[in-house]
Design a protein around this ligand. Structure first.
Ligand SMILES: [Zn+2]
Length: 332
């Protein structure tokens, strides 16, 4: 999701989300009123939330081979793309993010090799361009998945333009299709931020799943303007992201990973889903990765834990086309 050497952390993220929610309703001019929503009609409120809502829960009766819980240990390979998107070219600041490719990735791949588990890496196209070794290293390990994470980690609500967002998305799909020899099926929005157009663009582009929203703890179907999209949401969570260990919060890794383990324990009890978002330039550091090593060992010691790529989970929970059509008819 984010790399924040200059320090965007959870409270700020929550503020960003709150600000996105403060956008004027479609067709309404921005107001200087501090709380424009107080002036909206019921119809405007319904319009405001319509671009993306949570639909059906997609938790299966059982996970593959009778597993109790599905686990996705995912990485957002931002590196310095998000800084370049804002025009920040300060070399030392870039270098702290370059770390993800130069050091973090190697360690992470070794760790996953040792435990024989798969990962999903959401990679901005510009990361692939600046660090082609990221692509070659991941292609050498086909058990891992690459998903789309923007062209240059652009913030879509800030673009707020359907044509421009569509241009960047198509350019990104073309890059990865050429680099991988196949079109990625998964998407995670940079900054976990959708515009009012994003979901429809993803549906039109034929994505199978998204992993940016957080309406539930378990997989669910995304709904656009009251229409089920067939797109699976594999939800993320502010509490399941390693950015809290970045400045200025500097949450100690033992506390961050304790929270991750508590979330896993509850997901295991519920028989649901555990999605962790990490960044190679954060958790790829030696003092952080050791805690991920401990967490994976803890999970591995329990029976019935299915380690999967996001695509594997989406494929498993995605309703068949016939079921989607029936649900769509029931809705109208
Ligand atoms: Zn990111």
């Amino acid at each position: 999701m984010l790399s924040k050497i200059t320090g965007l952390v959870r409270p700020v993220i929550a503020l960003i989300v709150a600000c996105i929610a403060c956008n004027p309703a479609p067709g309404q001019e921005a107001s200087s009123h501090a709380q424009p929503g107080t002036q909206w009609t019921v119809e405007q409120i319904q319009q405001a939330v319509a671009p993306m809502r949570a639909g059906r829960r997609l938790k299966p009766q059982t996970w593959p081979k009778g597993a109790k819980v599905a686990v996705c240990l995912t990485w957002d390979m931002d590196n310095d793309s998000w800084l370049l998107a804002t025009g920040n070219t300060e070399p030392v600041v870039l270098s702290a993010n370059e770390y993800g490719a130069r050091e973090g990735l190697r360690r992470i791949l070794q760790l996953y090799d040792r435990y024989e588990i798969p990962a999903t890496f959401f990679v901005p196209a510009v990361t692939g361009i600046l660090y082609p070794e990221v692509i070659s290293e991941l292609k050498r390990r086909p058990q891992h998945e690459i998903g789309i994470h923007g062209w240059i980690h652009e913030n879509l609500p800030k673009i707020n333009n359907r044509a421009e967002e569509s241009r960047l998305l198509q350019q990104t799909i073309e890059f990865w299709t050429k680099a991988l020899g196949r079109k990625p099926v998964g998407y995670r929005a940079p900054d976990w931020a959708f515009s009012a157009y994003t979901l429809d663009l993803l549906r039109e582009a034929g994505f199978e799943y998204d992993s940016s929203a957080m309406a539930m703890d378990e997989p669910y179907e995304l709904v656009s303007h009251n229409h089920p999209t067939g797109l699976v949401e594999l939800p993320v969570n502010f509490g399941l992201d390693d950015v809290s260990m970045e400045p200025p919060n500097w949450e100690p890794p033992e506390l961050a990973f304790k929270e991750f383990q508590d979330e896993f324990d509850q997901a295991y009890q519920e028989g649901t889903f555990f999605m962790l978002t990490m960044h190679p330039m954060i958790t790829g550091h030696r003092s952080h990765l050791i805690y991920l090593d401990h967490l994976i060992a803890y999970m591995k010691a329990k029976p019935g834990v299915w380690f999967a790529t996001a695509q594997q989970v989406a494929d498993y929970v995605r309703p068949a086309a016939s079921e989607r059509n029936a649900a769509s008819k029931r809705q109208h």
